[in-house]
Design a protein around this ligand. Structure first.
Ligand code: SF4
Length: 414
């Protein structure tokens, strides 16, 4: 990523001034027209948003984002450099988030030049950012081939949350999710998964507040298993990004072989299961992969999943009017989850023009929760965040306007 001088429009809008951003951190909020535009939900060019341009390297050089410490150690050997050089480069890439070889001042100049001739450092390009009235921000990223995906930044008083994507489109085709209406374009690489995280960290502008990562954006992470695991290792490495696995939650629609594989890893994030139904008949319709791995098979895999003493599995339950929100459903849910270490997140459906389902009334949602609570099941109602800019759960579709519109989703052939 190259940092360069850009023109920032003054708050009055009367002319422009230049500001050189040379470090990898900057203060939020930026005092630019970006803020004014964002208040009106107008998409803002990323150059204004960041305060510097994120230039995607097009010279064909290999991107070092995504490289593991082992990869860099092999590079150090190839360059006849001592091994500790690899650690220096690794920390600069992932801990200090330096995007320009000139800033790697702990390396000798000839080495910096050699690295710069061979390798680039860049994140996925955020081509638009949409700001919700509640402070949530939806980022529209574009990678090689013009493929688009999204991430969401959800600021809260005591912590921030990043919701990140793992695929472009999704083959699971859940009925309640707009991502599932998109053609499946492919997997994101480990570099693209951690790249979106690094880009959001840059924009966040602070590392002092608690940060949670939820792998709940576009795509089914367990269908991109190897890249997701590689990205998880980069995120959690104490020598690099150093994010605790306890601050990372992976959500799956119920890919049972993937769950069984994850259960045997030495690195296991928190687990969330997108359950959403209490009978196979309904779940088959809402989440078609249920026909392959039904509720019983999924919950059996959950029962075997290793958990630390105070750890629980989160069961996500999107409430859809007259589909899965009856008192009978609530009682069945209590029975199904018996014996599991769990909590339930109730998510009233986020309405979208692409989804022909209805959000239940508040009374129905509260009545559903009440039954769970009466049976001593911990159940929270998730407050929607960012739904005015299509950033809430189930609304990510790579759309380049602030909200979903009535235009039909793209045809499902690639
Ligand atoms: S809810 Fe998740 S698994 Fe289902 S279609 Fe959407 S992105 Fe895919």
């Amino acid at each position: 990523m190259a940092l360069e001088k850009v023109d920032l429009v003054t708050p009055s809008g009367g002319g422009s001034t230049s500001k050189l951003v040379t470090g990898s951190f900057f203060q939020w909020p930026l005092d630019t027209s970006a803020e004014k535009s964002l208040a009106k939900n107008v998409p803002v060019p990323i150059s204004e948003w960041y305060g510097f341009k994120v230039k995607v390297e097009t010279s064909g050089k290999e991107n070092l984002i995504g490289a593991s410490l082992g990869d860099l150690e092999a590079l150090a050997v190839e360059l006849a450099e001592p091994r500790f050089r690899a650690r220096q480069i690794y920390a600069n890439l992932y801990r200090r988030r330096l995007g320009d070889w000139a800033l790697f001042t702990d390396l000798a100049k000839p080495l910096r030049e050699e690295l710069g001739q061979r390798f680039a450092i860049y994140y996925p390009e955020a081509i638009q950012v949409f700001q919700s009235s509640d402070g949530t921000r939806r980022y529209l990223f574009e990678v090689a081939g013009g493929h688009r995906f999204e991430s969401v930044f959800i600021p809260e008083e005591k912590r921030d949350t990043f919701c990140i994507s793992t695929q472009v489109g999704c083959a699971v085709e859940c009925l309640f999710c707009v991502t599932g209406k998109l053609p499946m374009r492919g997997n994101l690489s480990a570099a693209e998964i951690v790249g979106q995280l690094l880009a959001l960290q840059q924009d966040r502008g602070t590392d002092s507040k608690r940060l949670n990562i939820v792998i709940m954006g576009m795509g089914e992470p367990l269908l991109n298993y190897d890249n997701v695991m590689k990205a998880l290792r980069l995120m959690t490495d104490p020598l690099g990004m150093s994010i605790s696995p306890r601050r990372i939650t992976l959500s799956t629609s119920g890919i049972v072989p993937g769950l069984e594989r994850l259960a045997h890893e030495d690195l296991i994030p928190n687990l969330a299961i997108s359950l959403n139904a209490t009978t196979d008949e309904v779940r088959d319709k809402l989440i078609p992969i249920n026909r392959k791995w039904n509720i019983a098979a999924l919950l059996e895999a959950c029962r075997k999943f290793p958990l630390e003493p105070r750890q629980r599995i989160t069961f996500e339950y999107v409430l859809i009017q007259e589909v899965n929100d009856t008192p009978e459903d609530a009682l069945r849910l209590v029975q199904l989850l018996k014996g599991l270490k769990k909590k339930v997140n109730l998510i009233p459906l986020n309405a979208d023009p692409w989804v022909a389902l209805k959000t239940p009334s508040e009374e129905r949602v509260l009545a559903f929760q009440k039954i769970l609570l009466e049976h001593h099941l911990t159940a929270y109602i998730r407050r929607p965040r960012g739904n005015d800019v299509s950033a809430a759960c189930g609304m990510l579709a790579g759309r380049n306007q602030p909200t979903g519109n009535d235009a039909p989703p793209p045809h499902l052939t690639p």
